[in-house]
Write a new protein. Sequence first.
Length: 280
Amino acid sequence: MSLGDEHGSRGDNGGYGGSGQTRTRYPDSASDVYGGARRGGRSSSRSLITVVGVVVLLIAAIAFANRGGGDSGSSDESGERAEAAPTAASGEQPVETKAAGIPSGFAQDEQGAESAAANYSVALGSADMFDTDRRREIVETVYAPDVAAERRAGLDKAYSSEKFLTNIGLDKSGAAPRGQTFVSRVIPVGTTAKSASAESASVEVWYTSLFGLSGDGSKNPVTESWYTTTYELKWVGDDWKVIDFKQKDGPVPVGRDQTASTADDMTKAVEEYGGFTYAR
């Protein structure tokens, strides 16, 4: 998938697939949309989408730039998609321990692997990844030891790029401009284990991501994207660790005709609503 193509089916008339029926309504006052920033025509929209795509895909691009492989597998050998178990409450207690602020100590079973993948996706897609020290803690926590060093070096190089940071509205240290709040969140919608054993597991996480700057003068308002990431996990020591992953677009739901929140409302929500610990 090339960067910025996730909305490639959007027609010139503003609708998806050329229908012209799906759009987002913004507040009547231009100043209410994240400091006055509106989505412009197709050109400005694609520019913003490209920036968002770069951030969401940054980890995968750096870690696996030289690796082959297509989309994550989702079918059995007969070509028919296996029936997935619903991501419903199992009655199992969620983990009670954390490592570097990330849930840890997952059960050595299928549900534990799903919980690990969901929680790790939240950490890897967080704004903390833009802080050097915090990013290194996350990488050391979620990746297997024999993979972490390589990933850390590649990510440090990518996230320290002044051009990259400038393009998304941050300064060279990864901080948001005064009066603005940087938002980067992954919200898992569901998980499914494609395979699982006591030593390894392959887990798909379907999630929506929020990314952008909220606040006065923001030129990159917070936007939403949808992806599915397949995490390859292995049991290391006493927990699940990531050794590889692949990402693909969607599934993407049809957006409703809703009014976008003001900059103040979005900033308030980000500051007041924390994330979850995901248990299967």
